[in-house]
Design a protein around this ligand. Structure first.
Ligand SMILES: [Zn+2]
Length: 320
């Protein structure tokens, strides 16, 4: 028996070594894909976590979004959980490094994956969403998830769609030393939560506002409806705007750019439909020089025309 084991000894050692090697490589692979999140202080007790303005890719892991967190004195309010479970975990660790307060409320501003897919990392009892956003996440979550696995691959490992069971109601919310205002809008997806911290003046505008990054339109109820809500946002008593995508701004530049861009995009499609142009022709429209700072404008023009142009053509035909 002993000699039999002795014979096995060598191969077993090899197998063990190979298994160990595999384990190490896998761990290194996972570690190689760590999100490098940084918290930018934007006001006293308020941080933004600013992502890149690129598209989803296997390089950036979908860290293309802005999230944030607010200290209230009686707990932390988090705004959005990011594109994956791994991002959510990194965000939690980041929050723990900046504050000792517990996370008491996590607000998911809308149902898009880059904002809603990190929720597994947080206590389910803290997760909140607008009622209509939860319905949309229920409807679209799995399809979004399939798409995310295709676009960012391994970064998504273990990510599951979590629909928050708690709802956020529009209105004023008081916690500790903070007064937050929750505003329900529709321009980007049909259900978009905007959070104004009245105490500091920081406006977490969610994807109602893109700055220096072309806005995305797959689920907008209409570009002009979106534009009129931008006017409402511009009238709020804000001092700093954290857009859903793009850099933080301390004035109304993001609103001006959004208004200009939405007006232009609507105009391009209205005029093109009136002239009887095909979608293939409309996507070739030149991006005006004044939008040179807006990343992804040509790419998003193609997507917007794909999603929206038939509505403009129909309107042209029916005269509505
Ligand atoms: Zn987004």
């Amino acid at each position: 028996m002993k000699s039999h084991l002795g014979l096995l000894h060598q191969p077993v050692r090899y197998l063990f070594a190979i298994a160990l090697l595999l384990l190490i490589t896998t761990a290194a692979g996972a570690n190689g894909k760590a999100y490098d999140l940084r918290a930018t202080p934007v006001a006293d007790g308020v941080w933004a976590v600013v992502g890149s303005t690129a598209n989803f890719s296997k390089t950036n892991g979908g860290n293309i979004v802005n999230t944030g967190f607010i200290e209230t004195g009686e707990g932390i309010v988090v705004i959005d959980t990011g594109p994956s479970k791994r991002y959510g975990e990194a965000l939690r660790a980041l929050i723990d490094r900046h504050t000792s307060e517990p996370i008491v409320k996590v607000l998911i501003t809308h149902h898009h994956p880059d904002h809603a897919f990190g929720s597994q990392a947080f206590d389910p009892e803290t997760l909140h969403m607008l009622d209509e956003s939860a319905r949309l996440l229920e409807r679209d979550g799995e399809a979004f998830s399939d798409n995310m696995y295709r676009m960012i691959g391994d970064w998504m490992r273990g990510t599951e769609v979590i629909v928050p069971k708690h709802r956020v109601q529009p209105g004023t919310f008081q916690l500790g030393g903070r007064t937050l205002r929750f505003i329900a809008m529709q321009g980007h997806t049909g259900a978009d939560l905007v959070v104004l911290d009245e105490t500091s003046g920081v406006l977490f505008a969610s994807d109602m506002v893109f700055f220096n990054r072309a806005l995305t339109t797959p689920q907008t109820p209409g570009l002009m409806a979106w534009r009129s809500e931008i006017q409402q946002l511009a009238e709020l008593p804000f001092s700093i705007v954290v857009p859903g995508h793009g850099p933080v701004v301390k004035d109304n530049r993001a609103f001006l750019q959004m208004t200009d861009y939405l007006t232009w995009l609507d105009g391009v499609m209205t005029l093109s439909a009136a002239r009887g142009l095909s979608a293939a022709e409309v996507i070739l429209t030149a991006i005006p020089d004044r939008f040179a700072d807006i990343e992804g404008a040509s790419y998003e023009l193609v997507r917007s025309v794909t999603h929206l142009y038939s509505d403009y053509e129909n309107r042209e035909l029916t005269g509505n």
